[in-house]
Design a protein around this ligand. Structure first.
Ligand SMILES: [Mg+2]
Length: 222
């Protein structure tokens, strides 16, 4: 079925590794967890599971006492939040989507209290933000993407999800939403190979946003 050109397109985005480089924050917080709880799980091992809610990562790592560990991690993340950096051009790119009448939404496994200040710094009108604070299962389950679509009254066919981990790709597939992999992020996509944007600006090219799609013709007013 052809999509109705009057229906707004929806761009759903992951946060860590897509909009903001929070790897130094996460690494610092994980080192604090290692010290405080006497864990020898290296950051690289923790990092392999990024994209899932924290409690799920603890399960994947076979760590009990997830709640206390999360408390330490959350406090250390907040203390190290000054290390977070927006990826180059990301704010400009998001505003270009807004100017082209796309609706923007966030689907992240970062809790709302730590996601909100990072999103506020981008200065973009996000129409929905879905975090593990809401109902449903976390990524790679499709729930947060589907909930974001319900928030926006949008069909999966009108939406794209941009993520940087294989769990993002799986969540998009299970939600019936097209996926674009952020090549500047922390992870690799899995099979089948998705579309890959090499940079935030490359998203505009891939999704044909901003700028004329018809070449200028000499003597025309196009
Ligand atoms: Mg991510």
């Amino acid at each position: 079925m052809e999509r109705d050109p009057e229906t707004p397109r929806v761009l759903l985005l992951d946060l860590d590794g897509v909009l903001v480089d929070t790897r130094p924050v996460m690494e610092s917080a994980w080192h604090r967890v290692q010290e405080a709880h006497g864990l020898d799980v290296p950051f690289e091992e923790y990092e392999r599971h990024l994209g899932r809610p924290f409690a799920d990562i603890m399960k994947q790592l076979g760590l009990v006492d997830a709640e206390r560990i999360h408390q330490t991690y959350a406090e250390a993340s907040t203390a190290a939040s000054y290390l977070a950096r927006q990826f180059e051009d990301i704010s400009k790119v998001l505003h270009t989507f807004v100017a082209a009448d796309w609706l923007l939404g966030i689907v992240t496994s970062k809790p709302l209290d730590r996601a909100a200040p990072l999103l506020a710094q981008l200065g973009c009108p996000f129409a929905t933000v879905r975090t593990p604070n809401g109902v449903g299962r976390g990524k790679p389950a499709p729930d947060p993407i589907l909930l974001a679509l319900i928030d926006l009254g949008a069909d999966p066919a009108d939406a794209m999800y941009v993520g940087d981990m294989a769990v993002d790709q799986e969540a998009a597939r299970r939600a019936g939403v097209s996926y674009v992999h952020a090549g500047w992020g922390y992870g690799c996509p899995s099979a089948p190979a998705p579309a890959v944007a090499e940079s935030p600006k490359d998203l505009l090219r891939l999704l044909e946003v901003g700028g004329p799609t018809i070449p200028f013709l000499e003597g025309s007013l196009v």
